[in-house]
Design a protein around this ligand. Structure first.
Ligand SMILES: [Zn+2]
Ligand SMILES: [Zn+2]
Length: 342
């Protein structure tokens, strides 16, 4: 086994990733070393590169959508064996706080690891992870299809469950990208009518293919007016805000039905200004959705294995091309998820 590996390393906001040779980590007690076969490129990586999200840890290997094979296990790891195909849940909570005790480690008071955010992630040949975070991959799922489940599909599941999407309701997916694709499918599975907002014909076509009943082109159409038109004047019961800009946020609010739930997932540096009465007259609810739990990754893998959530893989590229992919993602030219193969 070699001692070093290639990794795409983050060195601080405003810089692109650098391909470097770094030591292959050694798994300790309760840990496993995973040979990464596919790593998804998430919008969260762009927020990290731009500094919108900056936990202050650098240098660091990015990548929190990780699928691969167990290469080695540390002491005390019995259920997982070398060669096993796995996908990795990206965060490890402290195990002691209220949130960890209730299985909601995404809200942990003091996370111990968060791959690609505060600890080295999967844009490398190998990654060292907590063995508890490994979810076995069924044979029918390729590494490329599986990797994006780790963040994009789990985020979709978590946010739709938070919004309590119910049969017959209208869900508006505002911003059709990596999370939008599984969100359209999951809201359909929950029995909702799904409307999707996007800006490119290719993305809107994909939204339709994945089950959106109608799509709205935000570059040409008046989104709230179209939503009212499509819902008999009512608006959407659940609006998923995946863009988070000064342009999108007021339109997302204006698309809400009475008692509607607006779930924030996207982020920029923009602010949303509202008069309280806007929420009062609607009895609207605002929610934030932060990541997902290990259990939600189990759920995502089950749904994907059963063919009920399909991963839309835009392209698979070698690790060397990760900066090109990030540029394309920034420009809105990735339809679904791009995956790197280290
Ligand atoms: Zn992500
Ligand atoms: Zn905790």
């Amino acid at each position: 086994m070699p001692e070093t590996m290639r990794a795409a390393r983050y060195h601080g906001p405003g810089d692109s990733l650098r391909l470097e040779k770094v030591p292959i980590p050694e798994p300790g007690p309760g840990e496993a070393l995973v040979r990464v076969r596919a790593a998804g490129v998430c919008h969260g990586d762009l927020n990290r590169l731009s500094g919108v999200v900056d936990p202050g840890v650098a240098p660091l290997t990015l990548g929190h959508e990780i699928a691969g094979e167990v290469a080695r296990v540390g002491p005390g790891v019995s259920p997982h064996q070398p060669g096993e195909r796995v996908i990795v849940h990206y965060c490890v909570g402290c195990g002691a706080c209220h949130w960890c005790r209730t299985g909601q480690e995404n809200l942990c008071d003091a996370p111990v690891e968060w791959y690609g955010l505060i600890s080295d992630g999967g844009m490398a040949e190998y990654v060292k992870v907590a063995a508890r975070n490994l979810v076995k991959l069924p044979a029918g799922l390729s590494f490329e299809e599986a990797a994006p489940l780790a963040c994009s599909a789990t985020t979709a599941i978590h946010s739709a469950d938070l919004a309590r999407v119910r049969p017959g309701e209208v869900a508006l997916v505002y911003g059709f990208g990596g999370v939008g694709a599984p969100l359209v499918q999951y809201c359909r599975l929950a029995g909702a009518r799904v409307l999707a907002v996007g800006r490119s014909p290719a993305k809107l076509q994909l939204a339709r293919d994945l089950g959106a009943e109608a799509v709205i082109d935000a570059s040409k159409e008046d989104v709230p007016a179209r939503v009212r038109e499509l819902t008999g004047g009512q608006g959407a019961d659940a609006v998923f805000e995946l863009v988070g800009t000064a342009e999108s946020m007021p339109k997302a609010v204006a698309s809400l039905r009475r008692r509607g739930r607006l779930v924030f997932l996207g982020d920029s540096r923009d602010l949303l200004t509202l008069r309280p009465i806007q929420l009062v007259i609607l009895e609207a609810q605002f929610l934030g959705s932060r990541g997902a739990t290990l259990d939600e990754l189990y759920k995502a893998v089950e749904l994907a294995a059963a063919g009920r959530i399909r991963t839309a893989v835009d392209r698979v590229v070698p690790l060397e091309d990760v900066n090109h992919v990030l540029d394309d993602l920034r420009r809105g030219n990735v339809v679904g998820r791009a995956v790197v193969r280290p």
